[in-house]
Design a protein around this ligand. Structure first.
Ligand code: 13P
Ligand code: SF4
Length: 309
């Protein structure tokens, strides 16, 4: 039998630890966390906490951001294999190549990237503030990395700027096609479609709402007479939706919860990992001081810009 919720909560209190969980985490992990949120919400919470330890139930780049913003705290990622395919789609070498192609362009980096990439950037953004971050820049030439779908969506919102977009993608979102969503909609023609901007253009075009994972929860309240919502993002968020709106119905946009809209990295943390993380203090995030300073500059510039959604 695995560790019980009460054991983990008691241990967290004893160790002066805060447990942060992303909206895509397994239900059991979301339910033991002190705070559940999107990338921006978790980064802000990591900055606000006075706990000595942060147990970060998310993926590696998110735990890195928490460490960068809290260099004096211990930040633990309960499973080191929790990476991110999108973050891995850009390397310092490939970014340099794109910077050479677009000289003089300000580099805006989606937080789904390594600390090294953040350190090479002018500013970071998340899906909750990408439009405001780009509008806040005093230059019109922007190189957006690494997510092509988010970059193209932002480009449409800010047509007055010249935005070059890197060719990376999140396989979890990029696999979804318009035809899948049309098929789901046939069963619920009145349903509202809510999509994450990491989805492809055809999904974004048919969505009623496009926003970050936490903003999705707020958008549901905009439709008090709608029974069914089609959710075009990783299925973990549906747990929070069901908790907050038990009278509504949430359908994964691929028609099958856990089939395609599934992030294998986000599901690498379970209660056993969280328990071990607290008892053995594993796995502490460490970052080279020089990289840390550069990445912090890009993250702090971002934190000064308000959310769009
Ligand atoms: P959010 O910042 O919207 O939570 O998204 C993070 C993410 O990894 C999306 O794939
Ligand atoms: Fe990375 Fe995609 Fe998983 Fe988000 S859903 S953590 S972008 S692989």
């Amino acid at each position: 039998m695995g560790p019980k919720t009460e054991h983990i909560r008691a241990l967290a209190a004893e160790k002066h630890a805060v447990i942060l969980a992303h909206n895509y985490q397994m239900q059991e992990v979301q339910d033991i966390a002190d705070f559940v949120g999107d990338s921006l919400g978790l980064a802000l919470e990591a900055q606000r906490t006075d706990a000595e330890r942060i147990v970060f139930c998310g993926v590696h780049f998110m735990a890195e951001s928490a460490k960068i913003l809290n260099p004096d705290k211990t930040v633990l990622l309960p499973n080191l294999s929790a990476g991110c395919a999108l973050a891995d789609s850009i390397t310092p070498e490939s970014l340099e190549e794109w910077m050479d192609r677009y000289p003089g362009y300000a580099v805006v980096t989606y937080v789904n990237s390594t600390a090294e990439i953040k350190a090479m950037s002018d500013i970071c953004c998340t899906s909750a503030n990408a439009v405001s971050v780009i509008r806040s820049l005093d230059t019109d030439k922007v190189l957006f990395v690494p997510d092509r779908n988010l970059g193209n969506w932002v480009k449409k919102q800010v047509p007055e700027k010249d935005i070059a977009v890197y060719d990376g993608a999140c396989p979890t979102h990029d696999v979804l096609r318009g035809a899948n969503v049309i098929k789901v909609k046939e069963f619920a023609p009145e349903a509202v479609i809510i999509a994450h901007p990491e989805c492809r253009e055809d999904i974004i075009a048919m969505a009623d709402e496009v926003c970050s994972t936490t903003a999705m929860l707020g958008r549901i309240a905009k439709y008090p007479h709608t029974k069914t919502f089609i959710i075009a993002t990783e299925h973990g968020i549906i747990h929070q939706m069901q908790k907050q709106y038990p009278d509504r119905e949430f359908v994964a946009a691929d028609g099958c919860i856990g089939c395609r809209l599934h992030c294998p990295y986000m599901k690498m943390i379970d209660l056993n990992c969280v328990y071990r993380s607290l008892t053995e203090e594993v796995f502490p995030i460490t970052i080279e001081p020089e990289v840390m300073d550069g990445a912090r500059r890009s993250l702090e510039r971002m934190m000064a810009v308000p959310r769009d959604n």
